[in-house]
Design a binder for this molecule. Structure first.
Ligand code: CS2
Length: 490
């Protein structure tokens, strides 16, 4: 099998698509923080397409790894060995697939190795956009939308002469840009948050102001923070997946990845230092991302969680496995149609019933086989984003709250780390404090509802809901999630 690097690009198996441009003629115009699978399967693919267009060669990507751990070091080593190249295999629901070698990331910086150098790299006047995928919980914004300056990660970073977080690196890079007269770059979040541009603005401007009020004011006046809606299901890649993907492609890629064939990116057109011609490669630009984001977060992401939490308890491993369970499918169908949709104002031309059907078809994609535990992970950060508007809508309107009460009960039970048939799994809940976990594990099944996760829901006003969640938890503990779900007679 052919290894992957610039030198082997022309000798890859004929069915593998390769960059439609000369990588040597490109220069970076974007720096992306946290180069995970999602970025590599989504934004980098769009940039790969744009680089093939006339006059667009200045928009290659500098990948910036933020973490300081063995996984990140391995990623950096592979990125260097493969000249930033990697293969992406996209699978349609019928199993057909296409593999391409993506060349958009032409440079990789491991910030932990030399943070000053990383800051200087971002401060290069050629960098016009700094984008990021630092996860829902990575913005440290509380239930009232305030940036949490006292969170240890942030409080420590504010004291460091050379900071380490995304907030610190970007703020210091903008300081250099201001001093050199190079002007601002756009800060573009690609995380699943409600009104993500505003959240990013709040977070970055609060951080910068706490570090240096003058600089904070300059950033707030000069930097733009477009909102974006990003969508593509991109599973984690296991060692077996690596072998399977490489056998399919005939390429010996050390870090291949795969995704569904669906992809969508909607961006608010607000770039203070210019942007690539992304509209030519399938990106939708709009003045108001809100309606797109409502549809995506409250339908796709919300039902992903609504499937994953009971699905994990019911001992399913993957999304397509769980989608064979008719009780779970009914739960999702009703959640989408009766709970989420009534409170959504979709963009013109988008039919919510069609969107719901498409979401369920995407979940059924057998080749994607997304892991339920990946989706359930970090639920403490995700549920406030994905479920809040639906839950508060239903509770205020006094509508049938059985499905959301069941979802909440499953979340609290999932925190016990044990399936219906007593199999244990490890939790990945970085945002969950020990206090929160203790509340969730208390004997009183209602105590968990006092966790900050639910702070914005005003649950003290809805005792009937609290009572139902508690009863459902007890039922799940005694009879399992499956029987409890059946008992709802949806
Ligand atoms: C998933 C997302 O992890 C999750 O919560 O719902 O990763 C989802 O697959 C993507 O947002 C799809 O665009």
């Amino acid at each position: 099998m052919t290894a992957l690097s610039n030198a082997t690009l022309t000798t890859l198996p004929p069915l593998v698509l390769t960059p439609g441009y000369n990588r040597k003629e490109t220069t970076p115009g974007i720096a992306h923080l946290a180069v995970g699978n999602f970025h590599r399967a989504h934004q980098a693919l769009y940039i790969d397409r744009v680089l093939a267009r006339a006059g667009q060669q200045g928009w290659a990507i500098v990948g910036v790894g933020l973490r300081d751990n063995p996984r990140e070091s391995k990623r950096a080593t592979i990125m260097h060995e493969q000249d930033g190249l990697y293969t992406l295999t996209e699978f349609a629901t019928d199993g057909s697939h296409t593999t391409r070698a993506i060349g958009a990331i032409t440079e990789y910086v491991q910030a932990a190795k030399d943070r000053k150098a990383a800051i200087e790299r971002l401060a290069d006047p050629a960098i016009k956009i700094v984008s990021m995928t630092i996860t829902e919980g990575g913005y440290y914004v509380d239930a009232n939308g305030q940036f949490m300056l006292n969170t240890p990660a942030i409080a420590q970073d504010l004291q460091r002469s050379v900071p380490e977080t995304a907030f610190g690196l970007i703020t210091e890079a903008l300081r250099l840009r201001r001093e050199s007269g190079a002007g601002p770059f756009t800060v573009m979040t690609c995380d699943n948050l409600r009104d993500n541009g505003t959240v990013a603005r709040t977070a970055f401007c609060s951080y910068a102001t706490a570090r240096d009020a003058d600089l904070g004011a300059w950033i707030s006046e000069n930097v733009t923070f477009p909102s974006t809606m990003v969508d593509r299901i991109t599973p984690s890649v296991s060692a077996d997946d690596v072998a399977r993907l490489n056998a399919l492609s005939g390429v010996n890629d050390q870090m291949p990845l795969f995704a569904e064939d669906f992809t969508q990116w909607v961006i608010e057109d607000k770039f203070c230092a210019g942007r690539p011609e992304l509209e030519a490669v399938g990106v939708q630009f709009t003045d108001d991302v809100g309606p797109y984001e409502q549809v995506k977060l409250r339908m796709l992401n919300a039902s992903h969680s609504m499937l994953a939490l009971p699905g994990v308890l019911m001992a399913y491993d993957t999304v397509p496995d769980a989608m064979k369970d008719t009780a779970l499918v009914s739960l999702l169908e009703q959640f989408l149609a009766q709970d989420a949709s009534p409170f959504i104002t979709p963009p013109k031309g988008v039919s919510l019933p069609d969107y719901a059907r498409q979401v369920l078809d995407r979940f059924r994609n057998p080749a994607v086989g997304d892991q339920l535990l990946r989706i359930a992970s970090d639920s403490a950060s995700k549920l406030p984003v994905f479920w809040t508007d639906t839950v508060t809508g239903i509770l205020k309107a006094g509508k049938d709250h059985r499905r959301i009460a069941f979802g909440v009960a499953c979340f609290l039970e999932y925190l016990r780390g044990q399936t219906d048939n007593q199999k244990t799994y490890s939790l990945a809940e970085p945002a969950l404090t020990e206090e929160s976990k203790a509340l969730a594990l208390q004997n009183d099944p209602a105590a968990g509802l006092n966790m900050p996760v639910f702070a914005a829901w005003g649950l003290e006003q809805y005792p009937a809901f609290v009572k139902d969640v508690a009863a459902l938890r007890t039922a799940i503990r005694t009879t399992g999630a499956r029987t409890t779900l059946q008992g709802l007679s949806l």
